[in-house]
Design a protein around this ligand. Structure first.
Ligand code: GLN
Length: 539
């Protein structure tokens, strides 16, 4: 093991949804504030090779990295909190690990040996756990283990961590167990038993938690802390309270109060020079909590009942809201409930409307009706990926009068495929794997709204889609006021459309929400919120 990188593993007990991702990101932010170079990775026990094929209802949004990996949404939190990019290597699933091992077996690499969970799967897990720490880019790698300790599918992960801890030693590798201390209203008491049991379950697999982080609705008393310390073999100062807070962005400060950075640094024998630098974080929080305006923005999408499906968009509004000292009230609207008849009543009070990305045809006509209304009523519009494609379809149908215009994704037989596959994609599509994924360049034309926003002609944004604006119709669109203002220079693909006679109408083929962070709110979201503020002030 060449590098001196330190490793922190975060496991979860008692129940899922404890916020391990937010915890890991918050701890990482504190350590970053102490001057360390930190990254976070997520190990998921499910068998899908990556979450790209998962329905958002199953697992929330699929987050795409610069290098085009389709990953767990927790990677979004890591990037938003740390302002450091993640990559394919930051997300590993059981499926990906098995795939590697099986491929090696087929290639004869195991020289006739029986291939087994231990050692072959656990060795591959360890190899990947160490990978990011090996090239000297990071001082600390935090690994979040998905799932809950005790699940059948988590065992190889826990075993891999156990072996690594033994190999690396206790000053290079620690485990933090995130658990729940529930409050029983009838007894008016916080209960420690579930935590005791889950720590014991970890111990049965040979893994001792070094730090316990307890999710709780009420403060942990000294007595409770003492009890947990005694029964779980941890020091009392390593029993950390993680009390419910107003926003996820409060978590780093609440953990700081508990001194978690002190404990982690001393266990890993890392120097601590004073308080962590959280100046920009605190400035963000203070703006977030003291808004001077409020706007209402509708989020029109197919999966709005599940907030996690649009996680990055919602967080981008939080960042852009804070940047404008504005409280952005996001009103989620289910696209398949919107019709020509009810659209006015749903959208008339909105200061802006964002039409969300998505796949498949459910709710498409609702999105198109919404866009027609917004275009005509001059309400600020922001269309992302499928949202942009819908704005193109709407314009084709209602302004260019191309009756039945559509995307060939929804209507392969449409007479006017204004959104279509590229010619060379049509051949690949038979073999599958046609998505445009990850970062691509985009050239912006000057004297456009979008150029004013980015103040640059060359930008790069992340993609996740198959279909494209069909350039055969470009002239017609531009002659009627829908302008292609951003184009991919290598393939001449339309990446951004803008309406001429509209206060703020922008559709982007890429996903700006994937690049918005606390430190760097995305300029398009910042500008969209500004447009909404102007709309609000006009009312
Ligand atoms: N379904 C569309 C496509 O594949 C849009 C995808 C998206 O919104 N991410 O092109």
């Amino acid at each position: 093991m060449k590098s001196n990188c330190k490793y922190i593993f975060v496991t979860g007990g008692v129940t899922s949804s404890l916020g391990k991702g937010i915890f890991a990101a918050s701890l990482a932010r504190l350590l970053q504030g102490h001057g360390f170079r930190v990254t976070i990775q997520k190990f998921d026990p499910y068998i899908n090779v990556d979450p790209g094929t998962l329905n958002p209802y199953e697992h929330g949004e699929c987050y795409v990295t610069e290098d085009g990996a389709e990953t767990d949404l927790d990677l979004g939190h890591y990037e938003r909190f740390l302002n450091v990019e993640t990559s394919q290597s930051n997300n590993v699933t059981t499926g990906a690990v098995y795939q590697t091992v099986i491929n090696k077996e087929r290639a004869g690499d195991y020289l006739g040996k029986t291939v087994q969970v231990i050692p072959h799967i656990t060795d591959e897990l360890q190899r990947r756990m160490l990978l990011l720490g090996e090239d000297g880019k990071y001082d600390i790698v935090i690994t979040e283990i998905g799932g809950t300790v005790g699940d059948i599918e988590s065992f190889p992960f826990v075993e891999a961590v156990r072996q690594l801890k033994w190999k690396l030693g206790s000053t290079r590798c620690i485990t933090i167990h995130l658990t729940l201390v529930p409050y029983l209203a009838s007894a008016k008491e916080l209960k420690t038993k579930p935590t005791q049991h889950s720590v014991k379950m970890l111990l049965e697999s040979g893994l001792q938690a070094d730090i316990l982080v307890c999710r709780t609705e009420y403060p942990l008393t000294k007595d409770i802390r003492r009890k947990l310390a005694l029964f779980c073999n941890v020091n009392i100062n390593a029993v950390i309270e993680a009390i419910d807070v107003e926003t996820i962005y409060d978590v780093p400060l609440s953990l700081l109060k508990e001194g978690i950075d002190d404990i982690v640094l001393s266990k890993l024998r890392l120097p601590r020079n004073g308080e962590p630098d959280l100046t920009s974080w605190k400035a963000f929080l203070s703006k977030l909590k003291n808004p001077t305006h409020t706007v209402k923005i509708a989020l029109v999408g197919k999966y709005v009942e599940l907030q996690d499906a649009y996680k990055s968009i919602l967080e981008s509004f939080t960042h852009a809201g804070a940047a404008n000292e504005c409280n952005v009230e996001v009103i989620s609207l289910q696209s398949d409930h919107i019709t020509e008849n009810n659209v006015a009543s749903k959208l008339k009070d909105m200061d802006g409307v964002l039409v969300a990305p998505g796949f498949g045809d459910r709710g498409i006509e609702g999105k198109i009706s919404a866009i027609k209304y917004i275009r005509e009523q001059k309400i600020p519009f922001f269309g992302i990926c499928l949202g942009m494609q819908c704005s193109v379809i709407e314009f084709a149908r209602n302004v260019l009068k191309l009756k039945g215009a559509h995307s060939s994704e929804m209507d392969p037989k449409t007479k006017y495929p204004v959104i279509d596959l590229m010619e060379d994609q049509k051949n690949i599509s038979e073999m599958g794997g046609t998505m445009r994924l990850g970062a691509y360049d985009c050239r912006l034309y000057k004297k456009t709204r979008v150029y004013d926003v980015y103040r640059s002609t060359n930008i790069s944004e992340r993609h996740r889609h198959r279909y494209e604006f069909n350039n055969a119709y470009l002239k017609d669109f531009e002659a009627n006021g829908m302008m292609a203002v951003g184009v991919n220079p290598q393939q001449n693909l339309v990446e951004i459309v803008e309406l001429k006679d509209h206060p703020w109408f922008l559709g982007v083929q890429f996903h700006p929400e994937l690049k918005s962070t606390v430190e760097k709110p995305h300029p398009l979201f910042v500008a969209f919120v500004q447009a909404a503020i102007r709309k609000h002030e006009e009312r």
